[in-house]
Design a protein around this ligand. Structure first.
Ligand code: CTP
Length: 442
């Protein structure tokens, strides 16, 4: 079977010129040092799938650290080397490149392959998770753009299949089960029949319960950062993985409903390019743990190995949301003030505000929260502490009380200009100093 074909024209048409130039330089350096250099993994997969991906991984059939050092020197970057793993990261102004040494794992797979076929790139690729991730692209001059496909990755891409390279893949690393689901849903592929059987087998051996919470949480974070996390979570539920992580995480119909709303709200927010950015897992974990009682939530956070600080923050966020839900019930668009809405939402982290938006069934509350996010939370006033000082007010806690009141007035449209705001501040200042004097009892 022919295992190489040249895809240089595809590379040239799908990558930015800067990346192509970089690959050429990296290939020439390999040639100088007498080593074959390959781009590998997701980077190559995504060229074929026409998806932008600038996470470049290089594999060198030689000394990756020496190679990375020369590459960095040539391009004016830094190197972080991991001597133990024979890997390095080249850090350039606008790009990080991982460089690894192709591993010859003779001892691990003594009889797996005929000796004549033992090239180090082949062994390196054979360690990987799925065929579509086990592709390499030659970049040395003269061979630039040769696609190295030992395991039928291109065929699998045509068939839209996620397939492992060997039957022990999930036993070696059960997190690959979650990766399989993530790639399946991201590319709208199908996990292959044999691969699905291996997943079910791994699950029935309970390999999942032996996985550390840290690794599960890491995979969950990646899933929740996908375009469509709910598709992945549904698939996980179908295979019994949610309960395998923790019985309290079963994906009920209620939770699916809320997660769907969360997805919509998150996409809406992303489309507006608003800052700050949402941390997806914080948002979706709120939906995933909905309905879990306060005294049980610790079971989930400790299964997922939250630190004390992370746990405290997450519990606080849930409490804040519960409190805000109550207060929002009495907020009426027509009669209540926008400043009151703003006061309810302002202390809550962004993910909590979006959760409230997704949870609210009342249209006027959703509209209010949307106004808060697009406009109100960014409202600033045109008077400052310096102005209060110039009015002769003694600095103290009264300052922030006055400035908050001025902000509320501006939000409610009662003090638009600096003059209006100064006048209001003065009035508030006088009133405050009067009450202070009265409070002195003199
Ligand atoms: N890999 C693996 N087993 C894992 C994790 C990673 O074999 N549990 C391999 C895969 O071959 C993958 C490579 O390591 O291509 C790099 O991993 P990662 O950076 O997670 O890969 P991408 O495939 O680029 O994933 P994404 O598109 O989500 O960034």
């Amino acid at each position: 079977r022919r295992r190489e074909r040249n895809i240089a024209s595809l590379v040239n048409s799908r990558l930015p010129q800067k990346m192509i130039d970089f690959l050429k330089v990296a290939g020439e350096l390999g040639q100088d040092m007498g080593w074959e250099v390959y781009a590998v993994g997701g980077f190559v997969r995504d060229i074929l799938l026409a998806r932008p991906n600038f996470d470049l991984d290089l594999v060198v059939e030689g000394d990756a650290i020496a190679y990375a050092r020369r590459l960095a020197r040539q391009l004016g970057g830094r190197v972080k080397a991991h001597v133990k793993f024979k890997t390095a990261v080249v850090i350039l102004d606008d790009q990080r490149v991982d460089v690894a040494t192709a591993r010859l794992e003779y001892y691990e797979y003594p009889a797996a392959l005929p000796t004549v076929e033992l090239s180090s790139i082949k062994m390196d690729l054979y360690r990987r998770d799925f065929t579509i991730n086990a592709l390499a692209l030659r970049i040395n001059p003269g061979r630039f753009g040769q696609l190295v496909d030992f395991f039928g990755a291109e065929q699998d891409m045509k068939n839209k299949a996620i397939r492992v390279l060997h039957s022990l893949s999930f036993v070696e690393d059960p997190t690959r089960i979650l990766r399989a689901i993530r790639f399946e849903r991201r590319f709208e592929f199908q996990i292959g029949g044999q691969t699905l059987r291996l997943i079910k087998n791994a699950l029935s051996l309970d390999l999942f319960s032996k996985l550390s919470g840290t690794r599960i949480m890491h995979e969950l974070q990646l899933i929740m950062a996908e375009e469509n996390p709910l598709a992945c979570l549904n698939r996980m539920q179908e295979l019994g993985i949610m309960e395998a992580i923790h019985p309290l995480l079963k994906l009920s119909a209620d939770r699916v409903q809320v997660l769907m709303e969360l997805g919509k709200v998150n996409n809406w927010y992303k489309l507006l390019y608003l800052e700050p950015r949402v941390v997806p897992w914080k948002l979706y974990l709120l939906g995933l743990t909905m309905g879990i009682k306060r005294d049980q939530i610790g079971q989930v956070t400790s299964r997922l190995r939250f630190t004390t600080k992370e746990e405290r923050e997450f519990l606080q966020l849930r409490d804040m949301i519960g409190d805000a839900l109550m207060r929002l019930m009495s907020w009426r668009e027509d009669k209540s003030r926008l400043s009151r809405l703003s006061a309810i939402l302002r202390p809550i982290p962004l993910e909590g505000v979006l959760f409230l938006m997704a949870r609210s069934r009342k249209e006027h509350i959703r509209r209010g929260i949307s106004q808060y996010l697009t406009r109100l939370r960014d409202v600033t006033i045109d008077v400052s502490g310096t102005d209060l000082q110039e009015m002769g007010l003694a600095p103290g806690p009264a300052y922030s009380a006055i400035l908050v009141r001025v902000l509320e007035a501006k939000i409610d449209g009662r003090a638009q200009t600096r003059e209006d705001q100064l006048r209001l501040a003065k009035r508030l200042g006088r009133a405050l100093s009067r009450t202070c004097k009265e409070g002195d009892g003199s």
